[in-house]
Design a protein around this ligand. Structure first.
Ligand SMILES: Cc1ncc(COP(=O)(O)O)c(C=O)c1O
Length: 481
């Protein structure tokens, strides 16, 4: 039996969508498949369906599929191997560009990277490192393996939860190397392969990947910029028989939606009744751009909830420091899961975060003003350069989730924008099961004037897509934030 992962004909047909009036049809099909491979919806190394199966599912002629596969082979997006069928690949040049971290070496300085919803370090981080260094010696006489975390940081995190309305003891807090690492620990402790997990659709791609990687069977709860369909969510939870529900109720990524207290309580009750553990990613909770009362932490409505937090958005991603808050007595099983992959987060960064949280547990006013200015510049730039995109400006978070007109698929726009010197993540990256090509996530994380320039580049890319001068699709890089 072949060990090559494969994508079913049904899923491929969904990813391709409606070929409509595209002529010739094989071109349209080749383009759609190329974009799906390029933006990661069909992972490199995946076997595509046989020509016969895809022909049946798409309801097109066999020649259309054969010719589309031929085009993909010529472009380097498909390789046929004896015994493995036709496997998705990337052209050599594209593969080089597709690897690497946040700012790959071969991306020129003038390329604007909006793939990630993360800002540069705000003022004060360097000073916090200096102060933390002064305090480091008291830890140097120990082994430095603080598997639960530096006590002062556990205390600062617990105090922050208590101040937000969720009484918490430092004993309930485990420090991790960021929220993604925290989720990995929770997933390892909680889930067995094949168990069902409820998750928002769309959601943060790295969360979806982590859950898929753990063998979870995912069931989506629809969310859009107006929020959750809570009636539907309650119904889905009642019938899903899910082990866990991974939720982002605070400035949801990518929509920016915020779940209010009443709906938290309703959803919390539904999850409790179904025996489903809420796993709540609060990474973005501190990016409240308007002020005023925030809803209580989800765990205040759902005592069995496991909450995951991070300093990446509130302070700086480079600290690589986050945490998990578990219900009383539940931390031990998380620690046991954690030590299979790491024995603790770095001490210095934890001390830096203690310093930063002492000054401001959430974002500083200065930082909030900078994020608002960037957001307003992006919104103004879009109204000028891409007026057909519609979006709501959410109360918080770091992105606008933009709806595009039907003739401007976000996969094509993202691929073409790259040729204009702008990297963005197309909607399908956030989708549970394909689709969302009418949506584009635009983080407002660069200075205001740069956000205006990004909107202008997007406008130029849109003109090219409409004029049929689409860019050479390049692979979606791993989405990290
Ligand atoms: C919902 C969500 N979770 C986790 C992360 C990444 O968190 P960390 O950098 O702490 O691993 C992000 C970054 O954008 C995010 O939006």
């Amino acid at each position: 039996m072949s060990t090559v992962p494969s994508v079913s004909a049904a899923r491929t047909a969904r990813l391709v969508g409606d070929l409509g009036a595209t002529r010739p049809a094989y071109r349209g099909l080749a383009d759609a498949l190329r974009l799906a491979v390029a933006d990661g919806r069909i992972a490199v190394g995946t076997r595509l369906p046989s020509e016969r199966d895809l022909t049946t599912h798409l309801g097109v002629s066999r020649t259309t599929v054969t010719r589309a596969y031929d085009v993909l082979r010529e472009l380097g997006y498909l390789t046929s191997r004896q015994g493995s069928g036709s496997v998705a690949t990337l052209p050599d040049g594209a593969r080089r560009r597709g690897t690497g971290g946040l700012f790959p070496a071969d991306v020129a300085d003038d390329v604007l990277d909006l793939t990630c919803a993360a800002t540069r370090a705000p003022a004060g981080v360097l000073e916090a490192y200096e102060r933390a260094l002064e305090r480091l010696p008291s830890y140097l006489c120990g082994a430095g393996y603080l598997t639960y975390g530096v006590p002062e940081l556990r205390e600062a995190v617990a105090d922050r939860y208590t101040a937000r309305g969720l009484p918490t003891s430092p004993d309930d807090v485990l420090v991790t190397s960021g929220a993604v690492a925290g989720l990995a620990v929770v997933v390892r402790a909680l889930l067995r392969p094949g168990e069902r997990v409820v998750v928002e659709d769309p959601s943060y791609p790295n969360t979806l990947d982590a859950l898929r990687g753990a063998g979870a069977r995912l069931r989506g709860l629809p969310v859009d910029p107006t929020g959750w369909d809570v009636d539907e969510a309650v119904r889905a939870v009642a019938t899903a028989g899910a082990r866990a529900a991974v939720l982002i109720p605070d400035f949801h990524n990518p929509t920016g939606a915020l779940l209010d207290d009443e709906d938290r309580a309703r959803l919390g009750r539904a999850l409790a009744a179904a025996g489903t553990v809420p796993v709540v990613d609060e990474t973005i909770v501190e990016i409240d751009l308007e002020g005023g009362a925030m809803p209580l932490p989800f765990a205040a409505h759902a005592p069995t909830a496991v909450s995951i937090g991070s300093s990446s958005k509130s302070h700086w991603g480079g600290l690589r420091t986050g945490w998990v808050r578990a219900p009383r007595g539940a931390l031990r099983s998380l620690v046991e899961a954690r030590v299979t992959s790491d024995l603790g987060a770095p001490v210095l960064e934890q001390l830096v975060l203690v310093e930063l949280m002492r000054r401001s547990p959430g974002v500083t006013t200065e930082r909030r003003d900078a994020i608002v200015a960037a957001r307003d510049a992006l919104a103004a730039g879009l109204r000028e350069h891409l007026p057909e995109a519609s979006f709501r400006v959410p109360r918080g978070g770091l992105s606008l989730w933009c709806e595009l007109p039907a003739d401007l698929p976000s996969s094509s726009l993202a691929a073409t924008a790259e040729d204009e010197g702008l990297l963005v993540a197309a909607g399908p990256r956030f989708a549970l099961d394909g689709g969302l090509d009418r949506w584009l996530r635009l983080p407002h994380v660069l200075p205001p004037e740069t956000m205006g320039e990004a909107a202008a580049r997007l406008g130029r890319a849109a003109e090219r897509v409409r004029g049929g001068r689409t860019g050479r699709a390049r692979p979606g890089r791993p989405l990290v934030a």
